[in-house]
Design a protein around this ligand. Structure first.
Ligand code: PXG
Length: 298
């Protein structure tokens, strides 16, 4: 595996950054998780735009243009030769002093790791996931806005620990008002009376790229799609529920806080969306290799 750091490729064992990097010392940095399917990087522009907005929000100037970043991601994919991949793009504040001051960090570090995707077990998609609401409240948008995909994921990690302690894989996080925000690494949707509902972003959710695609696909199949505040009760009374994310894609949820969702198995609308999403990811995205040589790319 070759890792991109600031324009050069390193073997995985040689890919290192300083222990004085504020990304490590303070979680001061931003990241993206992107996927490539069948030789194409899915929604690359959207991920790069979100990375630059996250960086702007934390006053981190990325020393590379978005177009250069787009090309660097494609280069990193080619360098590793994967047609299907999980791409982790990280920008840290860089090496500084042992004080908080970001002004002492001179060079942001740009890291691109291209790995194999760790797919969720098939069983989750066939039988659905069991999830629970957890005590850790989602970060306030007036503190560090959850829309910023920062390197500080402790809020989500605590929720994940609480879910695992309850014997399940994923947690639903509520915001300080008690409304549903999102899961630890996924957005959440319900289907109710043929309406597709998801919390508004101000409820404390990431501007999920999969979320956006699924809302569009929902409209295409004739559903009414709305962003509304959801309570725990709305989750319990839903016909269907599913999570969306780059890694998980669309994963059905069949039990929440001991209550079965709908019939207790993945619903028909969820399954239609899963199919539409798979069709889309199979054919769209920025090609890693020039179109003509796609067939030889291995
Ligand atoms: N909410 C949060 C908090 C996320 O981190 C999503 C929603 C889904 O967004 P996209 O744009 O991917 O549809 C994410 C992103 C992991 C992992 O290992 C998952 C994410 C990020 C980092 C790691 O499961 N999901």
């Amino acid at each position: 595996m070759k890792v991109f750091i600031n324009g050069k490729f390193y073997d995985a064992e040689e890919a290192k950054i300083s222990v004085f990097d504020h990304g490590l010392l303070y979680g001061d940095g931003v990241f993206e998780g992107i996927r490539a399917y069948n030789g194409r990087v899915f929604k690359l522009k959207e991920h790069i735009d979100r990375l630059y907005y996250s960086a702007k929000a934390i006053l981190l100037k990325i020393p590379m243009s978005p177009e250069e970043m787009r090309r660097a991601v494609l280069d990193a994919c080619r360098e590793n030769g994967f047609r299907d991949a999980y791409i982790r793009l990280v920008v840290t504040r860089g090496k500084g002093t042992l004080g908080l001051g970001p002004d002492r960090c001179e060079n942001p570090q740009i890291i691109i790791i291209v790995g194999k995707i760790q797919l969720y077990p098939k069983e989750y998609y066939e039988k659905g996931l069991t999830i629970v609401t957890v005590p850790t409240v989602r970060n306030l948008h007036s503190a560090v806005n959850p829309a910023i995909k920062s390197l500080n994921y402790l809020n989500n990690i605590l929720a994940k620990i609480e879910a695992q302690a309850a014997g399940v894989e994923e947690a639903v996080m509520l915001n300080a008002q008690g409304y549903v925000a999102e899961c630890t690494g996924d957005n959440i949707f319900i289907v109710k009376d043929n309406r597709l509902l998801t919390p508004p972003l101000y409820a404390g959710a990431l501007y999920g790229i999969t979320r956006r695609v699924v809302m569009d696909l929902g409209r295409e199949i004739g559903l009414e799609v709305a962003e509304v505040n959801l309570t725990r009760y709305d989750l319990y009374a839903a016909d269907e529920c599913f999570l969306t994310g780059t890694g998980a894609e669309i994963v059905p949820v069949t039990k929440i806080d001991l209550r079965e969702v709908g019939e207790g198995r993945p619903g028909a609308v969820t399954q239609r969306l899963v199919e539409s999403y798979r069709k889309l990811t199979a054919v769209s995205g920025d090609p890693i290799w020039p179109e003509a040589s796609q067939a030889d790319a291995g």
